[in-house]
Design a protein around this ligand. Sequence first.
Ligand code: ZN
Length: 287
Amino acid sequence: MKIINDERCVNYRQPGHPERPTRISRTLERLRGQAELPITWAKPLPADETSILRAHSAGMVARLGEAHNFDADTPYLPEIGEHARRSVGSALAALESARAGEKVFSLMRPPGHHATREQSMGFCYLNSVAIAALEALATGTKRVAVYDFDVHHGNGTEAILLDVPGAAFFSIHQFPCYPGTGAADVGNNCFNFPVAPRTPAKQYRTIFSKALEGLKRFKPDLVAVSAGFDAYARDPLAQGTLEAEDFFWLGETLRELGVPLFSLLEGGYSRDLPELVLAYVKGVAGK
Ligand SMILES: [Zn+2]
């Protein structure tokens, strides 16, 4: 299993904010301190403007350098644009690794799936998964699917990939919940699977499987996964019921698709995030 990370991603914080540096630093510690799953480490690629501007407007990208908050959840912080670019670069490196046949996970912050073409929001500044999906299509991939299992709807990814030829978006998320979208399918390629708060894990898995059936029918050449771990039973931000074994199962089930696959960290705010990431990547690796 290859893990992509740049440790500078822990160098920004807003006191009291759930999207905090320890999400990554404690996960790094956990992954480095275990021997069951062999890991190779790699760094992000540079994220060039051409790639970013496929998904975002020039005005939105310029706004990253303006020192005022994006919304109540999404503060302006010094060098936040650079942090967001490194997170994008990590997704691009993960894309390259997946194409080379490697099992790969991008372990970076900030997350990305709420950022729309015009707006940073919901802890997200640039939409790394959408940028990587559009990069894939621009560089030879015919059909790319994004599978988003973060507990929140990937509204930004949906808005960016909406009706893009060759792309499809599958989101499984709690509804009602932030950001309030995702109740039904949108356009001809965005498929939403709302899950009621406190839905038992067994039923949640059935909905994951239903979304995967749709993904299989799309016949993607490449799958990008927005891996959020906030549907966990003890996550403070939503009312999910999943346990580590469910994330292992998700990783395993995605691996069994037999399609080149890369995953990147979105949400996950509990203290147990390191265990959940480890369980998922073990599933992806087939360990
Ligand atoms: Zn989330």
